[in-house]
Structure formats: structure tokens, C-alpha cells
Write a protein that binds this ligand. Structure first.
Ligand code: SF4
Length: 235
């Protein structure tokens, strides 16, 4: 087994919330091309960031978790940034674990390579699908064409997946959520979640009521329920 097959920033040994209906370990892969202003994993952004976790450590841990967890979720950072992701997923699947993926859809070519390996995908939608807005929500980098391509590929694959949006009031208005809902629904997305933004340490001005306003807007949530067979808010 290659010692450093993928770069890992951290490992959550046991999670009930990162893969629907499964007990999972979560691998936080080191490196993300984006710089979302609401990022709570800033230490994972630098692809060469320091970490105590390693591929070798993960495999050792999984050897001792057989029969105790069902699945391993590759999260980030952005897992699609690392070229050895397919090999890493194959190795973990060969140990008997189901594979999940958290992604923003940054790299459709890599998504294509791993799609047949994954059982479930959590797909982050940062903003309505226009370049200016998406770039603002990803620190000036996200390209809508690539993200749409990834999402369309995922929909076509027939895999179980969800889309979710973190409602940062510094970046999104209520009207933007209507736009996102219309876009996703038109593409065929069936499962959507609104996630509450929790102010990052450098955000000293956003209030609790601003963070809550999306999730407590009765008209908006009724609209989202009408658009998606599965919709919920996450506080
Ligand atoms: S996609 Fe955004 S929120 Fe996720 S790790 Fe990268 S910078 Fe952070």
C-alpha cells in the first residue's frame, strides 16, 4: 500500500450525520481550490498544509473499524482536487466499506472517474448559477460551467445524492435561494437542504437573526417543499 496515496488533513472516526442512514468515518482531504468566505475548514485549504493524519493512518484505523462502521466519506477540502482519489476509493471499497463523497463539483473529469465507486454524494451549491455570484461565494474562483457539468453528470448517473446550500447572508439574498431552487429543480434535483450559516471567527457583524432568516421564511420554505420531493432545513 502506497504510504501517502492521498493527502489527509483530518479523520473523523465515527459520524452519524455525514452519510444518510450509515455509520461512517469521514476523511477530510487536504487542499481546496476555493476560498468560500463562510469556510469552517480553512486549515484544509492549503494543499500542502501540515497534518498529523495520513493515508497509512487511515488504513490502520479502518482495519480496526471493520464491522463497526458501514462507510467512508471522502470530504474536504475538495476531494476532487487530488489525482489519486480513485485509487484511494478502490482501496477503501476493497476493505468492505461503502463510499461517500462531499464535493462542490469543482472538477467534472475527476468526478467522472469516481462516480461508479460512490454510493452517495453530498453536493454543495454555493450560489445561483452565474459566474459573478459563484466567484463571490468561492473567493473568486468557482466556474459555473464546470460545476453545472458535474451536477448534470451526477444526475444522469442515477446515484443517490443531495444538494445543499449554506445560507451566508453576506453572499446570498432570499431571492437567490428561489433562483437556486428553480435551477436545481429544472435540472432534476430531488433532494435539497438549506443549511444555517454560523459566523466564522473573522465575521464580527452578522447577527443571529440574519443567519436564521432563510430557514424561518415560511414562504420560501413552502416554495422549496413544492419544488423538491425531499427538502429540509439544517440548523
Ligand atoms: S469548498 Fe469552500 S467551504 Fe469547502 S473547504 Fe473549500 S473553501 Fe472551505
Amino acid at each position: 500500500m502506497e504510504k501517502d496515496l492521498i493527502r489527509i488533513g483530518d479523520i473523523e472516526k465515527f459520524s452519524l450525520v455525514d452519510f444518510p442512514s450509515k455509520i461512517a468515518a469521514v476523511v477530510f482531504m487536504q487542499g481546496c481550490p476555493w476560498r468560500c468566505p463562510f469556510c469552517y475548514n480553512q486549515s484544509l485549504q492549503n494543499p500542502n498544509g501540515e497534518s498529523d493524519a495520513s493515508w497509512e493512518h487511515l488504513i490502520h484505523l479502518l482495519e480496526h473499524r471493520k464491522g463497526m462502521i458501514d462507510a467512508v466519506v471522502f470530504s474536504g477540502g475538495e476531494p476532487l482536487m487530488q489525482n489519486n482519489l480513485p485509487q484511494a476509493m478502490d482501496a477503501v471499497a476493497a476493505m468492505g466499506f461503502e463510499i461517500g463523497l462531499h464535493t462542490g463539483g469543482y472538477n467534472p473529469e475527476m468526478l467522472q472517474k469516481v462516480l461508479d465507486k460512490v454510493i452517495w454524494v453530498g453536493f454543495d451549491i454555493k450560489a445561483p448559477f452565474d459566474d459573478e455570484h459563484y466567484k463571490r461565494a468561492t473567493g473568486g474562483i468557482g466556474e459555473v460551467a464546470k460545476i453545472r457539468k458535474s451536477l448534470e453528470m451526477l444526475i444522469k448517473s442515477g446515484k443517490h445524492f443531495e444538494c445543499r446550500t449554506t445560507c451566508d447572508p453576506r453572499l446570498l439574498e432570499i431571492a437567490d435561494i428561489y433562483k437556486i431552487a428553480d435551477e436545481l429543480s429544472a435540472l432534476g434535483v430531488k433532494e435539497y437542504y438549506l443549511q444555517k450559516y454560523r459566523p466564522v471567527p473573522e465575521d464580527k457583524t452578522t447577527t443571529e437573526s440574519e443567519c436564521e432568516k432563510f430557514l424561518h421564511d415560511a414562504e420560501l420554505t413552502a416554495y422549496l417543499k413544492s419544488k423538491f420531493p425531499i427538502f429540509a432545513t439544517r440548523h
